[in-house]
Design a protein around this ligand. Structure first.
Ligand SMILES: [Zn+2]
Length: 265
């Protein structure tokens, strides 16, 4: 079994403040270690379920967060950003059996995580065919474009609720939730245990049940925090400047939706 794990940091257990997610701050060293340990727990659970080929994409900020020497020897690691529209799922293709997401988070504007955002801090909201989505909403659809189901996600309560609403067959582990600028969360030890057990159970289950048929066309809207960004990015070929702070793009397939998002966020 070939598995793709994409790892972010704003949805790992206990993370609460941007200083903990940013290499410029002293707090970051502890949280990159905790992020690494959640990924290691996911790898262990996946291996126990029979995954033999596990790719890990370091998908936060610089793409250079995970502590290499702590990762198991059976992992293939993708670091930094290639510029491909596949972004957080760079180099995913039809050869993979499943995608898992570790440390993912609620969408921009959601109250369930003080670090909630979607793709960039410029974005107020991204909508696909009218529905507000998180990064899970974007990249799970891209995975489905390649016929690969997203079978497991760990992160905050907000993104877990979005996952369950999207497809209840996908296994989620909620490690915490926001309360204003504070958080209420599991300990890292408890989160790792639930992630290890959750991903193992998910991979032993019916992977195809985690798929959803994609619609034929996608209307992708990006609302920005400022009208100046909407004007600037409305110059993407085919984009419409549909409102004071909003642009809109009709994508013939989801890879084209991701190409658009790559250039306008
Ligand atoms: Zn991130």
């Amino acid at each position: 079994m070939k598995l793709y794990i994409s790892a972010d940091i704003e949805g790992i257990a206990g993370i609460t403040n941007w200083n903990e997610a940013s290499p410029e701050h002293a707090d970051y060293a502890q949280f990159r270690k905790l992020m690494t340990e959640e990924v290691v727990a996911a790898c262990e659970g996946a291996k126990a379920a029979g995954a033999t080929d596990i790719w890990v994409k370091d998908a936060h900020n610089t793409g250079r967060n995970l502590l290499l020497e702590d990762l198991p020897d059976y992992v293939t690691l993708i670091r930094s950003w290639s510029g491909s529209p596949a972004s957080m799922l760079q180099d995913l293709d039809e050869s993979f059996d499943a995608v898992a997401m570790i440390g993912w988070h609620a969408r921009a504007g959601a109250e369930q995580n003080p670090l909630a955002h979607t793709l960039s801090l410029k974005v107020e909201q991204i909508r696909i065919n009218g529905t507000p989505v998180s990064e899970f909403g974007v990249f799970s659809r891209l995975a489905e474009h390649y016929g690969v189901p997203t079978v497991f996600l760990s992160g905050d309560a907000g993104v877990c609720a979005e996952v369950k609403n999207y497809n209840p067959a996908i296994t989620t582990v909620s490690v915490g939730k926001g309360r204003g600028p504070s958080t209420i969360s599991l300990t890292p030890q408890a989160a790792r245990k639930q992630i290890r057990e959750g991903i193992e159970k998910a991979l032993r289950g019916d992977l195809r049940a985690c798929c959803i048929a994609l619609p034929k066309n996608f209307t992708v809207e990006v609302a920005y925090n400022t009208p100046t960004d909407a004007y600037k990015f409305s110059w993407y070929p085919g984009a419409q400047h549909s409102g004071e702070r909003t642009i809109k793009f009709e994508a013939p397939d989801f890879f084209e939706a991701c190409r658009f998002l790559q250039f306008v966020t």
